[in-house]
Design a protein around this ligand. Structure first.
Ligand SMILES: CC(C)(COP(=O)(O)OP(=O)(O)OC[C@H]1O[C@@H](n2cnc3c(N)ncnc32)[C@H](O)[C@@H]1OP(=O)(O)O)[C@@H](O)C(=O)NCCC(=O)NCCS
Length: 171
């Protein structure tokens, strides 16, 4: 049975979870582990704007009181008149492989199309990250192609895969 997930704002008590999801190699998963980096950024960001601003944000993925992961988005200007959102999703290890990541992508896309005028949402992932690619495809994102040597991770340059969802695509 698919449980109903929601997105909610992060509170101060959620910051340690956000740190674990992004700074603990046992939690991030191999494709999100880039070494420790800017360890205070969640606390600084929360003090600054509660992790929601005009150029991006982070929300928790929850089911009732259970905190299952995070979604985030970042504004990327595409032409002088336009921008798109780049998104990312990290589910907690115990929440993976149950359809929640797919649902989280859908929820975030609906949220961003409802509350901004953006026409395009994009996401990229490691070419070996099959779970993310399947989750994006199942959430309605179209595969656009391979991004050669785009990311440095764990001692090597890695190929990525780009995906997008347009406001006019069927959800
Ligand atoms: C990537 C991620 C968000 C996907 O969410 P999820 O809840 O695990 O995925 P879902 O349960 O929605 O499954 C989506 C699809 O991926 C498949 N899948 C899940 N885990 C998999 C794995 N380890 N290997 C291969 N396929 C996998 C599922 O079978 C499903 O496909 P199917 O319906 O065709 O069988 C989640 O695994 C995660 O947070 N991973 C660690 C962080 C990360 O890599 N984030 C992406 C950064 S770009």
């Amino acid at each position: 049975m698919t449980i109903r997930l929601e997105l909610r704002r992060a509170g101060e008590s959620d910051l340690s979870l956000l740190e674990d999801l992004t700074q603990d190699p046992d939690v991030t998963g191999e494709f999100q582990w880039f070494g420790w980096n800017d360890l205070r950024r969640w606390r600084r960001g929360w003090q600054e704007n509660g992790l929601i601003g005009p150029d991006g944000g982070t929300l928790l993925v929850v089911s009732g009181d259970d905190r299952l992961g995070l979604v985030n988005w970042r504004r990327r200007p595409t032409t002088p008149a336009a921008f798109c959102w780049e998104i990312g999703v990290i589910m907690a290890p115990q929440a993976r492989g149950r359809g929640h990541g797919t649902q989280a992508h859908r929820l975030l896309a609906s949220y961003l199309f409802a509350h901004s005028t953006a026409h395009r949402i994009e996401a990229a992932t490691d070419v070996e990250n099959i779970a993310e690619q399947r989750a994006l495809a199942k959430a309605g994102f179209a595969r656009e192609g391979v991004l050669r040597g785009i990311g440095w991770r764990d001692g090597a340059w890695r190929d990525g895969v780009g995906y997008s969802l347009l406001r006019t695509d069927p959800l």
